[in-house]
Every structure is written in C-alpha cells, then in structure tokens.
Design a protein around this ligand. Structure first.
Ligand code: SF4
Ligand code: FES
Length: 232
C-alpha cells in the first residue's frame, strides 16, 4: 500500500515557523512507522531530522506525535495508523520541549526534571553481609516503574505543562515513586522538596493521558496518586 507521511519540518536557525511536508511511501501494513521514516530519509529527503537507535522499543529515542498521539515510531505499525491505501499519517515532534530540528526535540529540561527527584537508591545504612534483601511482594510494589525508557511520550501527552511549564512531569514523578516505594530506600525526605510541591505531584489532575501514552504500560497516574497518599 501507499501511505502519505505528513511530517512537520522546522529548522529554528532558518525557518520562521514549522510547515508540514508530505512524502508518499510504499509500505506493508505490518511495517513499522520507523521503517517508513527511514525510507524517506534514505531515498527521498536526507535533510529530514528524527532520532532513533535500537528500533526495538528499548532506547526511547524515537518518541513523536503520530496522528495526534504520542508514542514510539518503532513500536507503531503502519496498519495501526493507516487503514487504507493513500491514508495520511501526520507526524510531529513531542510537545512541551523546544524543537531542535524537525522531529528532534531538546530533552535537556526533561532530563533535568528526571534528575531532580534523585533517581537512585539513597541508603546510608551499612549494607548487610551479602545484599539488601527484598521480598517478591516488596519488589512488585514498584515493578512497572522500573521499566521507564525515558522516551518522554508521557510528558508530551500531559496537558499540564501547557499552563505550568515547571511541572515536573509524569516521568520524573514516576521515578520519584520508583525509589520512595523501594523497601531498600531511605530517601523519602530527600525527595520531598521536589515531590511535595505545587509543580510536583499536586499539579497532576488525573487526566490519565500519560498512562495512555506510555509504551511500557507503566501505571503512571496510579503511581503519582500513591505518592500523594504517601506524602499525606
Ligand atoms: S513513563 Fe512511559 S511514557 Fe513516560 S518516559 Fe517512561 S516509558 Fe516513556
Ligand atoms: S528506536 Fe529505540 S525505542 Fe524506538
């Protein structure tokens, strides 16, 4: 089948505003959208900018907005977004982050927010002879939150940063939860200034858009609400 990729193009160094450019691509319904983008880049327009690395949903680098929904191009099949020959698939960069070029956004702010919740184990106590033990139930309490690949799909899907640009965002809050829910961690109070803040968990209004967008099926909204309960 043929599909039309309608891709947002923008070079902040030379362009006044983004414009959409269309490319017609031959694709099988079971091809991944990333394959179609690579086809454009290799055979039609080498100037197209987008990120990708693993091509298997692991590195998180090819998150973008596809027909208005955030997700990974490598985990999106053509048949998921194009139901017939000649279908148009609109692709634009993630929201709330500055565009560096076409579909490439500057993730600096996103990673700064992630680091602000201290996403590492905090425990000054002497380590037991072998290791800090944890039961399967204790591990299960935060298991899904360990699967984050920092793709920023959730951050783009969330409507809150439109009005609150300093909102920590779903991914950072999930990481905060991941550690405060870990039975081996003692850093709850260290993370409170970031989490218990108007731009922390309290800015979340339970839109659930992050949870719907997450390609790793992390129960983001639930984890944010659990963090609110813990703080209370
Ligand atoms: S929580 Fe999900 S959507 Fe958000 S950055 Fe992590 S993997 Fe991506
Ligand atoms: S290219 Fe790595 S997650 Fe898609």
């Amino acid at each position: 089948m043929k599909i039309i990729l309608k891709i947002q193009r923008f070079n902040p160094e030379t362009d006044d505003a983004p414009v959409f450019q269309e490319y017609t691509v031959d694709a099988d319904p079971t091809d991944r959208l990333l394959d179609a983008l690579i086809q454009v880049k290799q055979y039609q327009d080498g100037t197209l900018g987008f990120r990708k690395s693993c091509a298997h949903g692991i590195c998180g680098s090819d998150a973008m907005r596809i027909n208005g929904k955030d997700g990974l191009a490598c985990k999106t099949l053509v048949k998921d977004v194009a139901d017939q020959d000649g279908a148009v698939v609109e692709i634009s960069p993630l929201r709330h982050l500055p565009v560096q070029r076409d579909l490439i956004v500057d993730q600096g702010k996103f990673f700064k927010q992630f680091r602000s919740v201290k996403p590492y184990l905090i425990n000054d106590e002497q380590v037991p002879e072998k290791e800090r033990l944890q039961s399967p139930e204790q591990r299960q309490a935060f298991d899904d939150a360990t699967n984050c690949i920092l793709c920023a799909s959730c951050y783009s899907a969330c409507p809150i940063p439109e009005d609150r640009p300093d909102f920590l965002g779903p991914a950072a809050l999930v990481q905060g939860f991941r550690f405060i829910a870990d039975s081996r961690d003692n850093g709850f109070k260290d993370r409170l200034p970031q989490l218990d803040h108007p731009d922390g968990v309290w800015a979340c209004k339970n839109h659930f858009e992050c949870t719907k967008a997450c390609p790793r099926q992390i129960k983001i909204t639930k984890r944010i609400n659990q963090t609110k309960q813990r703080i209370k």
